[in-house]
Design a protein around this ligand. Structure first.
Ligand SMILES: [Zn+2]
Ligand SMILES: [Zn+2]
Length: 348
């Protein structure tokens, strides 16, 4: 039975149509041959020893480590936004001008960095050790804070594209950070929604959503001391899953070192669950967080949003902005929760 659903946390609408999951598929995706990935690739710009292929290194973890780095940050060679706009250019917060075509135009100020998550070309978030995973997340947090402090930056997104179908162009494990002088429209809508609901009910929509999931046990994948892993009531894609801090916290900038360790094990287990249930699928994830300047907001609450690349948008979705889900979120959560993975707690 098909239904329209509005997510109480984001305000976004989707169509849930389980019947769609049963339609015949003629274009089955051929299983990709499992190629052996080497630990080092001579032509890979992210591999140690290939620094001549980089335009610089802006940060390393642990700090001060040279060749012994665990994680390092480099400028994106093909940036979506530019941090090196000349001094003759308008400031990042300059008002928009109007183009001859009638549309608003602002200079493309921003920052676009790559976080190389391991020196090993064949590493994967799922196989990193505890300290390696914590180092990755510590760099996510540090770059988030650092770029948010740059003049005029309205929003910072840390995100990862895993697998060619998810938009990853290089195999070597890496994430990206984009800071923009324009508030991204989808995040702006979600913030407005959360603020309006807070005005009406005096509650954070995310805290209320977490409580509902914990009370009913429905859509719950896992709960730890610091985080709840859940399938949203009306997420965009199949098996979209959120990792949400259990206590109210608007900005990822405020996450503690202890919580980072817990976040790492939640994320690793979630990726293992997705693999159990769906196979080696491509996925995207993003940390959707309020700018640190909004860290005191009673309405905003950050999440790490994981989106397996199972669906490609068709004409209807692209035009309507109304995604069609072919599995029920309640069923997705049950399958993920039931997937046998290492138990909660410190790994190794
Ligand atoms: Zn490499
Ligand atoms: Zn909250």
């Amino acid at each position: 039975v098909s239904e329209y659903r509005q997510d109480p946390v984001t305000g976004a609408w989707v169509i849930v149509a389980p019947e769609r999951g049963r339609r015949p598929r003629q274009h089955l995706e051929a299983a990709a041959p499992t190629a052996i990935v080497p630990a080092f690739a001579p032509d890979c710009p992210f591999c140690p020893g290939n620094e001549h292929l980089l335009s610089g290194v802006v940060d390393v973890e642990p700090p001060g480590t040279g060749a012994a780095w665990r994680v390092r940050v480099i400028p994106n060679r093909y940036p979506a936004v530019r941090s090196d706009v000349g001094s003759d250019q308008p400031a990042p917060d300059a008002a928009a001008s109007t183009s001859p075509a009638g549309g608003a135009v602002r200079p493309g100020w921003g920052h676009h960095e790559v976080i190389v998550e391991s020196p090993r070309h064949d590493a994967d978030l799922q196989t990193l050790s505890d300290p390696e995973m914590t180092a990755v997340l510590a760099v996510y947090r540090r770059r988030f804070v650092r770029l948010a402090a740059e003049p005029g930056m309205e929003s910072v997104l840390v995100f990862k594209n895993h697998g060619p179908r998810a938009g990853a162009s290089l195999q070597h494990p890496h994430a990206q950070v984009i800071a923009t002088a324009l508030m991204p429209p989808r995040l702006a809508r979600a913030e407005t929604w959360a603020r309006e609901r807070h005005r009406e009910s005096d509650r954070c929509v995310t805290c209320a959503g977490l409580q509902a999931v914990l009370d009913a046990g429905e859509r719950l994948v896992e709960a730890t001391a610091e985080f709840v892993v859940l399938v949203p009531f009306a997420g965009v894609g199949s098996f979209e899953t959120w990792i949400v801090p259990r206590r109210h916290q608007p900005s990822f900038a405020a996450v503690s070192d202890q919580a980072l360790g817990d976040l790492g094990s939640c994320l690793r287990r979630l990726l293992a669950r997705l693999r159990r249930v769906l196979g080696d699928v491509a996925y995207n994830f993003a940390i959707e967080s309020a700018h640190p300047s909004k860290a005191g907001s009673p309405a905003l609450h950050w999440r790490l949003r994981v989106m397996p690349g199972l669906t490609t948008e068709g004409g209807f979705e692209l035009s309507a902005g109304l995604p069609i889900k072919s599995t029920r979120p309640e069923d997705e959560a049950r399958r993920l929760a039931d997937a046998a993975v290492a138990p909660a707690g410190p790994l190794q």
